[in-house]
Design a protein. Structure first.
Length: 341
């Protein structure tokens, strides 16, 4: 577009500066001399600042990768395309040690939890290879009691269990623990209580709600939220074909006492799928990684945050054939999630 240059007695009148949020302007050209009463000169030269220019394009949305793991290998998933690709095998595990779950903090740093038969499990810091594929280095940050086996791991966002993010783990009995990455021992901070008449999941009143395999938390633009997959159990016998997605009661969790009851609400009906051992999320969907089904291979299940129902996204026959099913999953606490009102 054209611009105006006004020259008066050789003195250039200062022009207004653009707003600080606009792109940096190009300085206009200044031309000396002209009679005091000379009319304003109209120039066809474009000097930079354009009042009616279109605003700058918004930066592209950063899509958080969903990570998943089998007993001995790290994988990652693009939540938009649902493509699941292998990163590589975990290095540094001892004989017989299985990585049971992973967690991702707000900065994208990965941690893992393991079990070792009749020995201590570990909390690991996990390093994703720089190129995206290859051996996955693990560094032990703490040993775990040999009397507890953790099968779920996640970070609670800042402000939920303290000023900083906090690592939370779940055992096979459905008990949730606060697990410092080093130092003090893990402490019990609640469970999901018992099945009541009319609850989804196919259980009967009085059975215990236990973790099917995972939990996940999200900062959710300053309103933290958490989810878990649970199933009815009686002793060591559990319903294994119809897991239920639930929202975690963060007010109860914040009490950090063993008697806290963490089941806030059921997310719709039961999923229709069992053994959902890994959980991640993006937008309106929970992504659940099923270790294996009763009649088929390991699967990726998309669970609606509206209905709670699960839909098969894809099968993983190669994982089932290797006898190394899905064990866990994780996504950063800062991942975008849309929770229905």
């Amino acid at each position: 577009m054209t611009s105006l240059r006004l020259v008066l007695s050789g003195l250039l009148l200062a022009s207004c500066s653009p707003k600080s949020e606009d792109p940096a302007p190009v300085s206009p050209t200044v031309t000396d001399s002209a009679a005091v009463d000379a009319p304003a000169e109209v120039s066809t030269e474009d000097v930079g600042f354009v009042a009616d220019a279109a605003p700058m394009d918004a930066p592209p949305e950063v899509v958080a990768k969903v990570f998943a793991n089998t007993d001995n290998t790290l994988w990652q998933m693009d939540p938009l395309t649902k493509a699941v690709t292998k990163v590589g095998p975990f290095k540094g595990l001892v004989a017989g040690e299985d990585m049971t779950d992973i967690a991702v903090d707000a900065t994208g740093k990965l941690y893992g939890v393991s079990v070792v038969p009749s020995e201590q499990g570990h909390i690991f810091e996990i390093a994703v290879p720089a190129g995206g594929t290859g051996d996955v280095a693990t560094t032990i940050t703490r040993n775990l009691p040999s009397t507890v086996r953790f099968y779920a791991l996640a970070f609670a966002p800042k402000g939920v269990l303290g000023a900083d993010e906090a690592l939370v783990a779940g055992d096979s009995a459905g008990t949730i623990w606060l697990v410092p990455t080093g130092g003090t021992a893990p402490t019990k901070i609640g469970d999901f209580g018992n099945v009541a008449a009319g609850d989804p999941g196919g259980g009967t009143a009085g059975m215990a709600w236990q973790l099917s395999g995972d939990l996940a938390f999200f900062s959710n633009a300053g309103t933290p939220v958490g989810f878990a997959t649970i199933r009815p159990c009686s002793g060591m016998t559990c319903m294994s074909d119809n897991d239920v997605l639930v929202e975690i009661d963060l007010t109860e969790l914040a009490k950090k006492v063993p008697t806290a009851r963490l089941l806030k609400r059921f997310v719709g009906a039961a999923t229709g799928h069992g053994r959902l051992f890994g959980v991640g999320a993006w937008n309106e969907e929970i992504f659940a990684f099923q270790r294996s089904s009763a009649s088929g291979p390991a699967q990726l299940i998309a669970v609606s945050l509206v209905t709670g129902k699960g839909t098969v996204v894809k099968d993983f026959p190669e994982i089932t054939a290797s006898k190394d099913g899905w064990s866990g999953a994780g996504v950063t606490t800062s991942a975008k999630i849309s929770v229905p009102k």
